[in-house]
Design a protein around this ligand. Structure first.
Ligand SMILES: NC(=O)c1ccc[n+]([C@@H]2O[C@H](COP(=O)([O-])OP(=O)(O)OC[C@H]3O[C@@H](n4cnc5c(N)ncnc54)[C@H](OP(=O)(O)O)[C@@H]3O)[C@@H](O)[C@H]2O)c1
Length: 277
């Protein structure tokens, strides 16, 4: 699907870099098929060195004639960048926006009539082919273009299509999610250290355990509660640990964290609109 395609990434920051690295390893796209743009002059050399792609500060030159344009600047920069690119992007090109809280109609309204837009919410584990992306299509994207957007993210992980009204929730759950889980791994490793395990070993024990538990959920498709029960021996030690988690309100804390992040994602678009009105 991506054979002989060219890709422009506007804003090769943390997410853009993770996606390009993943695509270079796992798709038919070569470094010569990808161009990127950044905000600061100092970023050019760093990104070129790291990814081997051509990078510039000229957004128009970066996107001109490319088959797929991935917009990965911060939400608050989207309005400015879209207005800058309005005359350059044509309806023959596919625009994919990964900016949190920026709707597909926000993007469409700022580009020429008919430009196909797909909104995506990937995450940084895309760099190791373990990404998770939620996708939804704007009104002008046809089936082939939607499939092409899906192919991009399938190369670097899993994809799921959701109604656009759920994209802030996806942002809060799977795009922000790695940050929450790093805290969990870090905390489990700290517990190991507290109990005398060397930090490196404790981190390996914690991270591989999280990886294994996640893989069990994915592979078995069993309810997590059922998998938890298989670890919890009656009168054993796990139930004592679980009781501590309940007392510390781990579940409700995680639920509230995701709900709060989703609220913030909704707010972002409002503050952005006010800024640029
Ligand atoms: N990080 C994540 O896990 C994640 C996950 C899903 C979606 N996203 C979305 O991805 C987007 C980028 O997030 P990020 O975390 O990667 O942020 P970031 O690291 O700050 O990246 C932003 C990039 O945009 C560049 N930039 C700034 N102004 C520009 C301009 N006028 N033209 C072209 N490039 C410009 C910056 O270049 P300089 O550094 O040179 O200024 C930087 O490379 C956001 O919209 C975010 O919502 C992020």
């Amino acid at each position: 699907m991506l054979a002989k395609k060219t890709l422009a990434v506007v804003g090769v920051g943390k997410l853009g870099e993770a996606l390009i690295s993943g695509l270079l390893k796992n798709s038919s796209l070569a470094a010569s098929d990808i161009t990127g743009s950044v905000g600061k002059t100092t970023s050019i050399e760093r990104v070129e060195k790291k990814l081997g792609i051509k990078v510039s500060q000229d957004n128009k030159e970066t996107v001109a004639g490319k088959d797929i344009i991935l917009l990965a600047v911060k939400p608050q920069n989207m309005d400015r960048v879209l207005k800058e690119l309005k005359e350059t992007i044509t309806p023959k090109q596919l625009v994919i926006s990964v900016a949190a809280s920026v709707t597909s109609s926000f993007v469409q309204e700022r580009l020429k009539e008919g430009v196909p837009v797909v909104r995506a919410m990937p995450n940084t584990p895309s760099v190791i082919n373990a990404g998770m992306a939620g996708l939804c299509a704007g009104v002008h994207a046809n089936a082939d273009q939607i499939a092409m957007a899906e192919a991009i993210f399938k190369c670097v992980g899993e994809t799921v299509f959701v109604d656009e009204s759920l994209m802030d929730a996806v942002t809060a759950l799977s795009a922000s999610g790695p940050a929450y889980l790093y805290v969990v791994v870090e905390s489990l490793a700290e517990a190991g250290v507290k109990l005398g395990i060397p930090r490196e070993t404790a981190t390996l024990l914690a991270a591989q355990t999280m990886f294994g538990a996640a893989k069990m959920v994915l592979d078995s498709k069993a309810h997590p509660a059922m998998l938890k029960d298989t670890v919890t021996t009656p009168a054993g030690c796990t139930i004592d640990g679980l009781m501590e988690l309940e007392e510390g309100k781990l579940r409700v804390t995680l639920i509230k964290a995701v709900v709060k992040a989703a609220e913030r994602a909704r707010e972002l678009v409002n503050s952005q609109t006010q800024t640029y009105k």
